[in-house]
Design a protein around this ligand. Structure first.
Ligand SMILES: *Cc1c(COP(=O)(O)O)cnc(C)c1O
Length: 402
């Protein structure tokens, strides 16, 4: 019996059973559905991509996996070299892990230990955002904003070492004034907060955060598990403002295999690099640097560059803005678009109840949550399919057939 994610099993609508997938399409026995969710925002090149499949098959002929403890291999070496040259600034040191949540845990551990290694043991506090989502493991739940997700944390009461602020510069400045000498890091989903409700904010906030982190010697962590690889219209938000630690996941392997990476700058790495064994980073997920995952990630990055994905994403944004402009309804609080993400926020969650079924009947797979109806399509989507996804959203409010 499968225990499904984020579901009250007693009342859950049975999931759609997928028997094949190709390009942007998911196939059930009866239907062909456009995947407007990209399997939790990860399948950026679509399903069953011939070159990604081939990359895995080629590596499979050698070996699927060997551990990185005491061993190394070419796919992991080549991926770390590629990321080192491809990522901005001196984000040069790659720590691999098997999921975004674990990679965020690693980032938080690095930030804490960076100061412990310098005997600054008072820096136990973390600054994060309201409505933040950084994963489902315990520390990531802690830095996340538990209002909508992690009810179980109520068991512990409020953690005094974590401060949540809205994405407003005044609040940011106030938090630094109050807590700067106790903070080890400020962790954010830059520009676009995903699971917290597709909330979009201005780059000026991040620029100010960078200045304050520099002034007070606090590490800035970008959790780009969702925003990385083009989702906001930028390759990485880190291309605009350089963090000290960058976390990538989801799209890293083109959605083929769960894998993630925590990337540190020279300064952060140097905080661990000395003659004390206890200054080492004590972490090592069993499947870190999995050879199949690294091989497919390399190919995914190659496609992203070769086929000019940023222009594909710009086109998605243009079509989305064109289709959604002037669209409004009294039930809708806001329609917002950034890069290849569009979100329709309603005032009352009951106004989008039943949408998944409605969309499915029209050939679109969607997974609205709380007050949010959204699309994060694979970047290879054709215009007519994207238009269909967007018009299905609009049709729900008009209840006209399309
Ligand atoms: C999905 C997500 C995570 C968690 O990644 P998993 O691979 O599901 O553990 C962390 N941070 C952000 C911003 C995410 O969107």
């Amino acid at each position: 019996m499968i225990w499904y994610p984020y579901e009250q099993m007693k009342t859950m609508h049975p999931p759609y059973k997928i028997i094949d997938a190709e390009g942007v399409y998911l196939y059930t026995e009866e239907r062909k559905l456009i995947d407007s969710v990209s399997s939790w925002w990860s399948v950026i090149h679509g399903y069953k991509h011939p070159e990604l499949n081939q990359a895995i098959e080629d590596q499979l002929k050698k070996f699927a996996h060997v551990m990185l403890g005491g061993l190394t291999h070419e796919p992991a070496q080549r991926l770390s070299e590629k990321l080192q040259s491809w990522l901005p600034g001196d984000l040069d040191y790659c720590f691999f892990s098997d999921s975004g949540s674990v990679a965020v845990e690693v980032a938080l551990k690095i930030a804490l230990q960076y100061y412990m290694n310098r005997d600054e043991t008072d820096r136990t506090m973390i600054l994060s955002l309201e409505h933040a989502y950084h994963g489902d493991t315990f520390k990531t739940m802690d830095v996340g904003d538990d209002e909508d997700y992690h009810f179980v944390l109520k068991a512990y009461g409020k953690n005094p070492d974590i401060v949540h602020i809205p994405t407003e510069i005044a609040a940011l400045e106030e938090a630094f004034t109050k807590y700067h000498d106790r903070l080890n890091c400020f962790i954010v989903e830059p520009l676009l907060q995903g699971a917290g409700g597709m909330r979009m904010y201005d780059i000026a906030f991040l620029r100010r955060a960078r200045e304050l982190c520099d002034r007070y010697d606090v590490l800035l962590i970008f959790d780009e598990v969702a925003t990385g690889f083009g989702r906001t219209g930028n390759r990485f938000v880190a291309d605009l403002v350089l963090p000290d630690i960058l976390v990538l996941g989801k799209g890293l392997t083109g959605g083929y295999i769960g894998h993630a990476v925590t990337v540190a700058t020279q300064r952060v790495y140097d905080g661990f690099y000395d003659d004390h064994p206890e200054h080492a980073l004590m972490h090592g997920p069993t499947f870190m640097g999995n050879a199949l995952a690294c091989s497919v990630a390399l190919k995914s990055i190659e496609l992203f560059e070769r086929d000019d994905y940023l222009s594909k994403i710009r086109r998605i944004e243009e079509i989305t803005r064109r289709e959604m402009q002037d669209f409004s309804d009294p039930r809708i609080k806001e329609v917002r678009t950034m890069g290849a993400c569009v979100c329709v926020e309603v005032y009352d969650p009951s106004d989008i109840r039943g949408y998944q079924q409605f969309a499915c009947e029209r050939g679109v797979f969607s997974r609205p949550f709380l007050n949010y109806l959204y699309a994060m399509v694979p970047y290879i989507i054709r215009e007519e399919d994207l238009v269909k996804v967007l018009r299905t959203m609009k049709a729900w409010f008009g209840r006209n057939s399309i």
